[in-house]
Design a protein around this ligand. Structure first.
Ligand SMILES: *[C@@H]1O[C@H](CO)[C@@H](O)[C@H](O)[C@H]1NC(C)=O
Ligand SMILES: *[C@@H]1O[C@H](CO)[C@@H](O)[C@H](O)[C@H]1NC(C)=O
Ligand SMILES: *[C@@H]1O[C@H](CO)[C@@H](O)[C@H](O)[C@H]1NC(C)=O
Length: 346
């Protein structure tokens, strides 16, 4: 990458771009988040990208995470939470962040829980609860959550998001309200593992990440270490070098053979879930995996340009590079790797 040292800013960024170590995850994350925010509200009010509906729920989560790591950055995009809360719920002709898919709704419930953690605004917790209540109306007779309302397909992702949301709500409501959310979470967890989810064909990093978040919330809610034991096994399987998900260089292979606009964002949930597990039960191997992935993102999957005097840190779909076509979705996924590395290193 050739950057003309025209200004102090360009010089500082040239340094940043060559050092994806623990001293620069913060700067890198902020530059990547500013870039993600350039696609906010450009096509749809309160949303990122163009018609990126549930993906915007993931972006909301990332914005809350980075804002909670850095109190000076917290104010920079703080209005976004209120704007999305008021502008986006009716997207697609629906109301209240509700649509026809339980996984879409689950991503939004997770986003609003993260926004609540940052702001302590009870409206956001109540919104997560109303989304959760709507998903709860879609249980199949076998016990699981249905993917598309009115259908009969059971996807693990909808169930994992439901467990994470239910246990997350249980951890945030008052003690007298906790039990029903916790009961829902444990019932779906038990159902999911009773049908052998852990031995089913790996369906990409998505479900592997959300189940880690779910396990951490369940552990917090119950003190039952079985949830962490299960999460450890899943995390080890995902992060092992030369495994289904991780290449011989320790970097996630997701999207190395291309990726559609939807699937590129799923790795964000893996970085987030593993970061939460690392906070709950640290392992050097996971920390190394997270920092290795962030360093590869920055070294191999980044394009720095300047436009209108702004430095734009653009991230692609494949963390091994080359950077390829950057979209809001690829940006969010790369940002998630940087935030996770920053969080576990600070
Ligand atoms: C972020 O800003 C909000 C609003 O000022 C404040 O309530 C919250 O405590 C801040 N959080 C952090 C981590 O700075
Ligand atoms: C802990 O959770 C596991 C998994 O749901 C469950 O089988 C076990 O009975 C729980 N242990 C206790 C002490 O509640
Ligand atoms: C980028 O997008 C163009 C146009 O859709 C496509 O032809 C090209 O293969 C893409 N490049 C990468 C690296 O994905």
């Amino acid at each position: 990458m050739a950057l003309k040292p025209l200004s102090v800013l360009a010089f500082a960024l040239a340094l940043t771009s060559t050092h994806a170590d623990s001293s620069s995850y913060q700067d890198n994350s902020i530059c990547a988040c500013d870039q993600m925010m350039r696609s906010y509200g450009t096509s749809n009010a309160g949303l990122w990208g163009k018609d990126d509906w549930w993906q915007s729920g993931i972006a909301l989560t990332l914005l809350a995470d980075i804002s909670s790591l850095d109190s000076s950055y917290n104010g920079t995009h703080f209005d976004t939470f209120a704007t999305t809360y008021s502008e986006a719920p009716g997207y697609g002709g629906y109301t209240g962040f509700i649509d026809d898919y339980c996984d879409d709704e689950g991503w939004w419930a997770m986003g609003w829980l993260a926004a609540y953690d940052l702001t302590q605004n009870p409206d956001y917790l109540n919104l997560a609860i109303s989304i959760y209540n709507d998903i709860s109306n879609n249980k199949a007779s076998c016990g699981g959550i249905i993917w598309e309302k009115g259908g009969n397909y059971l996807a693990s992702i909808a169930n994992e998001l439901y467990i994470a949301s239910a246990a997350g709500i249980a951890n945030r409501v008052s003690a007298d309200q906790k039990e029903s959310y916790l009961d829902s979470a444990t019932a779906i967890w038990d159902w999911l593992f009773s049908i052998g989810v852990s031995v089913r064909r790996p369906s990409g990093p998505t479900t592997r990440g959300v189940i880690l978040s779910a396990a951490v919330e369940l552990y917090r809610a119950t003190g039952n270490s079985t949830y962490l034991d299960t999460a450890r096994k899943i995390a080890d399987a995902v992060t092992t070098t030369g495994s289904t998900f991780t290449g011989s260089n320790g970097v996630l292979t997701d999207c190395s053979n291309g990726c559609d606009d939807t699937s590129a964002i799923f790795k964000a949930a893996l970085f987030r879930g593993l970061r939460q597990l690392q906070d709950a039960t640290p392992q050097d191997t996971w920390k190394t995996w997270l920092t290795t992935n962030a360093q590869s993102t920055w070294s191999n999957d980044l394009s720095i340009t300047t436009a209108n005097g702004d430095t734009e840190c653009q991230l692609g779909a494949n963390l091994n590079g080359p950077v390829g076509n950057v979209t809001f979705v690829t940006q969010a996924a790369g940002l998630a790797s940087l935030i996770a590395a920053w969080a576990v290193s600070s």
